[in-house]
Design a protein around this ligand. Sequence first.
Ligand code: SF4
Length: 418
Amino acid sequence: MSGANLLKESGPREVFCGLTSIVWLHRRMPDAFFLVVGSRTCAHLIQSAAGVMIFAEPRFGTAILEEKDLAGLADAHEELDRVVKDLLARRPEIRTLFLVGSCPSEVIKLDLGRVAERLNEALIGQVRVLNYSGSGIETTFTQGEDGALKALVPLMPKSDDQQLLIVGTLANSVEDRFISIFKRLGIKQISSLPPRQSTDLPSIGSGTKVLLAQPYLTETAKALKHLGAEILSAPFPLGVEGSILWMKEATKSFGINDSLVNSTLEPLKLRAIKALQPYKEKLSGKKLFLLPESQLELPLARFLHRECGMELIEVGTPYLNREMMKMELELLPEGTRVMEGQHVDKQLDRVREYKPDLVVCGMGLANPLEAEGISTKWSIELVFSPIHGIDQAADLAELFARPLHRNELLNQKVLTTA
Ligand code: SF4
């Protein structure tokens, strides 16, 4: 384990809930539908987070439950049955229906697992009904994906064939690129979870080697391991170094010759380092503070420090899985403050005390910090952008260089007009 300084904090939090992940999951699996069982607040969140889609044919919706629906729980069950029936009549193309729980007390009283079981019996052969929680009490925004993928695991067919399974939503273009590189390196059988169609689930068994593409999939990884898969331990594929180490972990587990791997990856590495150079010049020496939100913070901090020369003031993460993050922690510089959990007031006090050049944080904190003259980067933007892989390293760095550049321009303008 590295000499990172691992700390914990708890108190008031300022993060999005797990419902937010529906925004990228519904794009990934167009034949699935996400029905949030929640309040009007949940409906507003999901509609504004995925606003554009609402005018197309959205693949998410909200069954709004209010106190009156819970006059008796039986009424709530009937109401939910009615909403599902209407939805399926209007949208017969839906193949997988996720019932997504939320945190209003009315919803907590419902056993969505039993509702899903009952609906599955009624809708057998037509649609599969699954459930998971996106509640803000239990989840931060990326953990919604962990819940959805874990719900899919029991439906995966069993097979002990040798295969590489990439787990975690990636942009399709990025995933295609990884698959083509792995094939060139000699790994023939590669599949992904989530798949591009919800019914096209990959198999799982003792020959499956799992490469996690996202760092927030603790529960899904446990469920896959339970079914005999081997979870490969690697840094995450952000930046040139992380992506190469990630791919090498897979090739090592398939016994592929190192010289083939090095000769294939070397030209990609040289090209990516060259593309990274202008952003490295802008970022090098700048102070960075990451507030906890997405669980992507450790791999981002590693990339921004080791490949872009940024100085790490504090690396927050809402949850630290030490086993899964072992290699990321080892790559952080000695003494890095890694803060698990959140006490938002204390963290903001430290931001003001250390005066970082850039803060990575949630949308709710970004505006007030910008008003105080501190440049920010929304962490949610990172889950919507294709940032994984060697080829994307420069684009990833550019996302952090942009707010610094914008602030420089604004400051110049203030100086000129003063
Ligand atoms: S699940 Fe909870 S935190 Fe999320 S939008 Fe609904 S009420 Fe708000």
